[in-house]
Write a protein that binds this ligand. Structure first.
Ligand code: NAP
Length: 249
């Protein structure tokens, strides 16, 4: 696949996270110029940048709850590259709250989850739309989650936020066609910082309930993003599960 994205420009939000960094790396390995978007982890973004294969990559603050900042980022990308071919909305936030414990699911947490996971996807698409329109095969990939379908995950608001992402993938796909395709990549449990609070017994149980017998890896998700960008040329408004068949169990 080396060189398949030569000449393409990609923005990855949440590129400092476990999944986002694997996506940024895969896109760079296959030839794209990557905008490594970070929120609070500037040092991690710079480290990632310096570890990427040679290319016209940059690090940029991409705080998805800050629409003014996103407009500034679009201007910077426009000046530097002239257009955008691929937007990967990977930024996400959550905190573990057992579903029956509604009292711990406070308003501040609910608002933060929706501002980042839902409004952030819409706001980033809105800010980058004009740049995406300039290309000839633009794509938005939204990283949703199996939590949106199964209603199982770190907390009730998180599950609802990911269901919203899958839903708005369909609306955006219709609204932005034919210039821009929009696809959700929907991982099952992936071994990253996101699940660092969970013990080995929980991980083993999750793997045991997955027909393919293991947790997902960030590279599994990165490969799905690459497939969406390179192979699934006639697909839009679809949800692509990357979950080892977990709903079948
Ligand atoms: N891990 C899983 O099991 C799993 C499963 C399904 C779906 N997902 C989804 O995959 C995505 C990445 O998850 P991950 O496992 O890689 O998590 P992670 O390692 O915790 O990374 C989260 C990323 O989101 C960024 N972020 C948080 N708040 C932000 C904001 N306001 N603006 C912009 N960026 C923000 C963080 O940036 P900074 O570090 O710069 O603050 C970080 O890069 C998320 O959308 C998550 O919901 C994860």
């Amino acid at each position: 696949m080396a060189g398949i994205l030569d000449g393409r420009v990609a923005l990855v939000t949440g590129a400092t996270g476990g999944i986002g960094s694997a996506i940024a790396r895969r896109l760079a390995e296959t030839g794209a110029a990557v905008v490594v978007g970070y929120h609070s982890s500037e040092n991690a973004a710079v480290r990632l940048l310096s570890s990427l294969p040679r290319g016209n990559h940059i690090v940029a603050e991409a705080s998805v709850a800050d629409s003014v900042g996103l407009a500034g980022l679009a201007e910077r990308i426009g000046k530097q590259y002239g257009r955008l071919d691929l937007l990967v909305n990977c930024a996400g936030t959550t905190r573990f709250v057992p579903h029956p414990d509604l009292d711990s699911l406070d308003d501040a947490l609910i608002d933060r989850i929706f501002a980042v996971n839902v409004r952030g996807v819409i706001a980033t698409a809105r800010a980058m739309r004009e740049l995406l329109d300039r290309g000839d095969a633009a794509l938005i990939v939204n990283i949703s989650s199996i939590a949106g379908v199964m209603a199982m995950g770190s907390n009730i608001a998180y599950c609802a936020s990911k269901a919203a992402v899958d839903n708005l993938t369909k609306s955006l796909a219709r609204a932005l066609a034919p210039k821009i395709r929009v696809i959700s990549v929907s991982p099952g449990v992936v071994d990253t910082e996101f699940i660092k609070g969970l013990d080995q017994a929980w991980r083993d149980a999750q793997a045991g309930r997955t027909p393919l017998g293991r947790l997902g890896s960030p590279d599994d998700v990165a490969d799905a993003v690459l497939a969406a960008a390179t192979s699934l040329r006639f697909s839009t408004g679809v949800i692509l599960p990357v979950d080892g068949g977990r709903p079948l169990a």
